[in-house]
Design a protein around this ligand. Structure first.
Ligand code: MSP
Length: 515
């Protein structure tokens, strides 16, 4: 793979960004930055899903036009992502004129091919999820996830999704990495054991105006999920004149392909609706659909908007800073699983891994080099057994990180770096250069050189998660070459490189009394 295309769901602008949406976005950012570090070209799309009844209602409640409401909310997202150091390449809004046109082109194509037909729809609709449900799925007047539903009976248009059921099952079975983690793949295959219905893809304008007009019947707008899912492909050029080569480059080429990150609650739309839409349109399917878990509160329940208890990233970053929160999310939530977040968990993680581990190694070694070596890095490491062991671990770290990131396992990638840093701290404890500096300064120099090398390698490998902090660390240890290949090699720091002492990179955080 030469190129890495990654997406987050496009978020409903009926609410401000919260810890759940921040989580998907931070993880996409971390993955994009890692792939860039590995020397790939990378493209990252996030954005807002602006059509549909939910947004129309949210705007009405605020006395605004839907677009004015979305303009404001899209800005909230952009600001939040900037604050979290999200390096997206494109902020997607489904109200962009070119997207609307591309959606209409796709609808027309499916209509012309006979993949869409008109019929009467009778069933249930959940506005908060913007999902249609059958009688069987609705239990005690609620959707399977407990949301309110309303009864609908009206003429609508349907996409022949059922036609692609077997093709989709075969595709999933023949492409093991297509839906991950495995538990989610099995969930989709389980869902596909039942006969798959066709997908209602329209809403009459008498009910809903806020959507993409159907090109073959102007009394209707397109169902919001149909419009929204297409974003992943229109963002890189599907249906856009002049962008054919971009579409080829990011979507179709064997060297690229889309990687969709999403929460497990929106798996069916991504793993069933979307691939069948692409099959009918005649385009390649995404490379990977990765469903992550939920961020839970202290009581291990999903933090959710409807419960009114959603934390925001700011609830944490005000105390610990942005990059430490990124680190916590990437490290403590094993990608794909549910996991809790709380101030206590974040503070402990930051103190253990960042302040004590990496921060401590940096301050101890830089202080000693300033004190005993006039701030100039000694020349080389020792050749004794403990040093050999440390070097072996350090030289392996980059490859482990690469392998874990490529298999969507960032927690284990970070664990490998922390293990190396732990070993380096233990190594210094054993070698005690603060003592040998007074009796055998050459020995102290060799051991401090090893500590600096571990810091250099670890900081390059941690930079996608902690971009500014690691850049500062690398500057303090005089590192110029911050490439992945430099992280694979021991011994690149030159003798005499100026080492700076500086204030603590990650000050210890006191646990606030009121939590
Ligand atoms: N607009 C649709 C997505 C369309 S993509 C073509 C949507 N938007 S949303 O605003 O509701 O965003 C939901 C995303 O946030 C989902 O991926 C969902 O899993 C995630 N999260 C919401 N709460 C969450 C947690 N508590 N934890 C982790 N992620 C959760 O659905």
């Amino acid at each position: 793979m030469k190129r890495f295309y990654v997406t987050t769901p496009i978020y409903y602008p009926n609410a401000k960004p919260h810890i759940g949406t921040s989580y998907s976005t931070i993880m996409a950012d971390v993955l994009k930055r890692y792939h860039k570090l590995f020397g790939r070209e990378a493209y990252f799309v996030t954005g807002t899903d602006e059509h549909g009844q939910k947004i129309q209602q949210a705007a009405e409640e605020r006395g605004l036009s839907p677009l004015a409401h979305c303009d404001e909310m899209a800005e909230n997202y952009k600001t939040a992502w900037k604050d979290l150091e999200i390096d997206y390449d494109h902020f997607f809004r489904t109200t962009a004129e070119w997207h609307i046109q591309s959606v209409q082109t796709c609808l027309q194509k499916l209509w012309d091919k006979g993949e869409i037909y008109a019929d009467t729809y009778e069933g249930w609709y959940s506005v908060s999820e913007e999902i249609f449900y059958t009688d069987k799925e609705v239990v005690d007047g609620k959707s399977p996830s407990g949301r309110d539903v309303t009864r609908i009976k009206e003429k609508n248009y349907f996409f022949k999704m059922s036609k692609y059921q077997q093709q989709l099952i075969d595709y999933i079975n023949n492409n093991p990495g297509f839906i991950e983690p495995d538990v989610r793949k099995n969930e989709v295959l389980g869902f596909l054991k039942q006969p798959l219905g066709d997908l209602c893809i329209s809403r009459p304008k008498s009910r809903l105006q806020w959507g993409v007009e159907l090109p073959f019947d102007t009394d209707y707008v397109c169902y919001v999920w149909f419009d929204a899912l297409l974003n992943y492909a229109t963002a890189v050029g599907l249906g856009r004149t002049g962008m054919e080569s971009d579409f080829e480059k990011w979507w179709n080429s064997d060297e690229a392909g889309a990687h969709h990150l999403l929460g497990k609650d929106i798996l069916t739309t991504h793993a069933v609706y979307w691939p069948t839409m692409l099959m009918a349109l005649g385009y390649k399917l995404p490379k990977k659909i990765f469903a992550h878990g939920w961020i839970l509160n202290k009581d291990n329940a999903k933090m959710s908007k409807s419960q009114g208890q959603l934390a925001t990233a700011k609830d944490f970053t005000d105390l610990v800073g942005v990059e430490p929160l990124r680190y916590f999310l990437a490290h403590d939530i094993h990608f794909g699983n549910d996991a809790p977040i709380s101030i206590e968990l974040v503070v402990n993680r930051v103190n253990n891994d960042l302040a004590n581990n990496i921060g401590n190694l940096l301050s101890r070694s830089s202080n000693l080099i300033v004190k005993y070596f006039d701030g100039k890095c000694p020349g080389s490491s020792d050749t004794d057994e403990p040093t050999k062991k440390l070097i072996a671990l350090a030289e392996k770290a980059a490859d482990i990180v690469k392998e874990k990131i490529e298999t969507f396992d960032p927690s284990r990638a970070l664990e490998a770096i922390i293990l190396l840093l732990n070993e380096a701290n233990r190594f210094l404890e054993e070698k005690a250069p603060w003592t040998t500096a007074k009796t055998d300064v050459a020995q102290a120099g060799k051991d401090l050189y090893s500590a600096i090398e571990v810091l250099r390698i670890s900081a390059i490998l941690l930079s996608p998660v902690l971009p500014e902090k690691m850049s500062e660390l690398l500057t303090r240890v005089g590192c110029q070459d911050r490439s992945f290949t430099a992280a694979q090699k021991w011994g690149l720091t030159k003798e005499g490189t100026p080492i700076e002492k500086g204030s603590p990179l990650f000050p210890r955080i006191e646990m606030p009394k009121d939590v």
